[in-house]
Design a binder for this molecule. Structure first.
Ligand SMILES: *Cc1c(COP(=O)(O)O)cnc(C)c1O
Length: 356
């Protein structure tokens, strides 16, 4: 076995597997999922739509009807191209592969979304993390611009709002990053449904800007669908390495269906935004906790008198799963991230926190 395993790329062998904890029947507040399900009548209508899907056929490789509907609904300008991915994770991977060349650099503020670094690890590229400011996790514009000047990065990833810190970076600072970047800048708007902010209007202004979104956080993590917006001539190149049938027929049908009933998702997201304010207020009142503001569907907080591990374990004993970020980055000492749940789950979480 040892001999055979040697054939696996050493860069892969030295990686740690991406660990997703088992959930059983815990209250799951760890992965930024929408906690709500659909009304029964909507489910019935969806089942009928699925019934018409030809599972024996390959899916539509271009998914044009879905893209058209997206364009209409999200007011995507005609001169902007759309590329679909099996989750935005796949789009990040496509970008990372497409721009990879020995000696090149990719850059992102850190702590940030872990997949940017992870999906670059096996490529022959240097990944450069630029630390956020310590007190409020704001973007260190001077440090970013210095890193851009020094490394001339082919690719810059920016999650906006940022995961796991939940904040929106200053728009002016980001515009300056886009202006000075020699390569592509990806503004990852995975939490757009909760921030209400977008860089989409700037797409026409900058050829090197791409905006990325996903269906995952607003309610459909299970169907795996993300989309990338940008200049047609750039997306045309990226399309060459997209697997032709990456968006399966059930995903296309389901996404098309929900885009006809988008008010359901919008209403759920507005409940989640209200839940976020409820959790923020509750956590802010607690002693021994430092909490940061959030424009996303999760909240970052630090425990001051106990370790994050103790709080994580105590919540676990009460059947609640959140994310312990301690150890993932020096700026996240004793930090934890909780995803906004249903009204009942949020209440239960705050009670458990109070006990702990
Ligand atoms: C969750 C998340 C993603 C991944 O979304 P998928 O579409 O589910 O792959 C991308 N970017 C950020 C910042 C995220 O938090």
């Amino acid at each position: 076995m040892k001999k055979i395993i040697q054939w696996i790329n050493p860069a892969i062998r030295s990686m740690q597997a991406y660990h997703v904890p088992p959930v059983d029947d815990m209250i799951k507040l760890d992965a930024m999922e929408n906690p709500y399900t659909w009304p029964e009548a909507l489910k019935q209508a969806w089942h009928e739509k699925l019934d018409a899907v030809a599972l024996n056929r390959y899916p539509d490789p271009a998914a044009l009807p879905l893209k058209d509907r997206l364009r209409e609904l999200m007011a995507i300008p005609d001169d902007t191209a759309i590329m679909l991915g099996n989750g935005s994770d796949e789009l990040i991977q496509i970008l990372a592969v497409a721009l990879a060349q020995s000696g090149r650099h990719y850059l992102a503020p850190e702590p940030g979304f872990v997949m940017y670094r992870r999906l670059t690890e096996t490529l022959n590229v240097d990944y450069c993390g630029v630390p956020l400011r310590q007190t409020d996790f704001s973007l260190d514009e001077a440090a970013m611009l210095a890193a851009i000047a020094r490394y001339q990065p082919a690719l810059i990833f920016i999650a906006w709002p940022n995961n796991p810190t939940g904040n929106l970076f200053d728009t002016g600072a980001l515009l300056e990053v886009i202006r000075q970047a020699p390569g592509l800048v990806i503004i990852d708007e995975a939490y757009h449904a909760f921030s209400g902010q977008t860089f989409m209007p700037h797409l026409g202004e900058f050829e090197n800007l791409l905006v990325m979104r996903t269906f995952s956080k607003s309610g459909l993590a299970g169907i795996r669908l993300g989309y990338l917006l940008g200049h047609p001539s750039i997306l045309e190149e990226l399309e060459k390495i997209r697997l032709p049938y990456n968006i399966n027929a059930l995903t296309q049908a389901t996404a098309g269906f929900i885009l006809e009933h988008v008010h359901v998702i919008e209403e759920q997201c507005s409940r989640i935004r209200a839940g976020r304010e409820f959790l923020l207020a509750g956590l802010s009142r607690m002693q021994g906790i430092k909490v940061w503001p959030s424009a996303a569907n999760f909240i970052l907080f630090r425990t001051l008198n106990k370790t994050a591990a103790e709080i994580f374990a105590g919540l676990g004993q009460r059947g609640i799963l959140i994310k312990n970020l301690h150890g993932s980055h020096p700026l996240l000492e004793n930090c934890l991230r909780v995803t906004v749940g249903t009204e009942t789950e949020n209440q239960y979480f705050l009670e458990a926190m109070q006990q702990l």
